[in-house]
Design a protein around this ligand. Structure first.
Ligand SMILES: [Mn+2]
Length: 339
């Protein structure tokens, strides 16, 4: 284990401090004084939220106050679940008085990522995105090779000898999981080491709840409609859900129907705004959902995707339905005609 720790500690980092977790931590801590009111600025996603919580932990008892602010509305239901279940206190950036904060820390993002970030005077950046223009920021720890900023901040916590609470460990664990797509995307050994460290502390049932959360109670009724309107023909399911509050529910229903083993193709449609939206699912083996979607709908609206999954959006006026209502049968005829 000893030599593995050393490996993380010598990863490249463009700073004046020495590249050990302990040096980074102390250089970071040295930025702050007891009287500081600190604002942590994030673009709220799981990795950013988790890192912000960890920075708040690092600064507890070291400064007067720590506030976390984000400019974006949190809409993804997984992220809403994380914020609500971990009771994460957040402010909207537009509602905070920037001048009330003596120090500003940006995590999992950089000043040139958003126009509203550019005019802020930032004192520290901890991030894993490609290195942008960091200007005169005093403390910069950017490690683009890392899969998640959460992995980096775990090294700070460990260097500080601070064992994360279950809530903090759960947030960090989820942050790494999301940003590395369960380690199917870019990551380094150090991400794995932080992840393994959190594994013993995080509540993984809670993480599963975050991951599963993609529906509102009010949307469950669409499953009823989907099953009531379901048409089956030659290994294909067709269903039209009528008007939907958000197109996301069409995707969820399509993915659900794709659980059925004997089914080769799933087509789910609904109306959102003035558009018909059609979701395509198949196994992508000698089939191409993207190409099929384009063939059927490109002349009427926009369509595309890849082998296993595709989507089409067609302005209702282009369908020339006249008085007729669009139904699962209409969808079935439309698609069967072209397949
Ligand atoms: Mn990230």
């Amino acid at each position: 284990m000893a030599h593995k720790r050393k490996k993380i500690d010598t990863l490249p980092c463009k700073q004046t401090f020495k590249n050990t977790a302990s040096d980074r931590l102390h250089t970071f801590w040295n930025l702050f004084v007891k009287e500081d009111d600190v604002l942590i600025i994030i673009n709220a996603d799981p990795d950013a939220l988790a890192t912000a919580l960890a920075v708040r932990r690092l600064l507890r008892y070291k400064v007067k106050s720590v506030t976390v602010a984000h400019p974006n509305e949190i809409r993804r239901l997984n992220n809403v679940a994380m914020v609500e279940r971990l009771k994460i206190h957040l402010e909207r950036l537009k509602d905070v008085k920037i001048d009330n904060y003596s120090k500003k820390v940006m995590v999992d993002s950089q000043p040139d990522h958003l126009p509203c970030f550019e005019k802020l005077k930032i004192h520290a950046i901890i991030d894993h995105h490609p290195v942008g223009n960091t200007g005169d920021v005093e403390f910069v720890d950017i490690r683009p090779e890392y899969g998640a900023t959460s992995s980096m901040i775990v090294e700070y916590l460990r260097a500080a000898g601070m064992k994360p609470s279950v809530a903090l460990a759960t947030a960090l664990f989820y942050g790494i999981k999301v940003d590395t797509h369960d380690f199917e995307q870019k990551s380094v050994l150090a991400d794995g080491i932080s992840f393994r460290y959190l594994f013993n502390i995080a509540n993984r049932d809670l993480v599963r709840k975050f991951e599963l959360t993609d529906l509102r109670r009010s949307e469950l009724k669409y499953f009823g409609t989907a099953l009531a309107e379901l048409k089956y023909s030659k290994g294909r399911y067709f269903t039209h859900l009528g008007r939907v509050r958000s197109p996301d529910v069409l995707v969820i229903v399509a993915d659900f129907l794709n659980h059925v083993g004997e089914i080769d193709w799933v087509f789910v449609s609904g109306i959102h705004g003035e558009k018909l939206i059609v979701i395509f699912r198949c196994d992508g083996y000698r089939k191409n959902a993207g190409k099929l979607a384009e063939r059927i709908f490109n002349s009427l609206g926009s369509a595309g995707g890849h082998k296993g999954a595709a989507r089409a959006e067609v302005p209702l006026k282009n369908l020339q339905l006249g008085e007729k209502e669009f139904t699962s049968d209409t969808l079935k005829r439309f698609i069967t005609h072209h397949i």
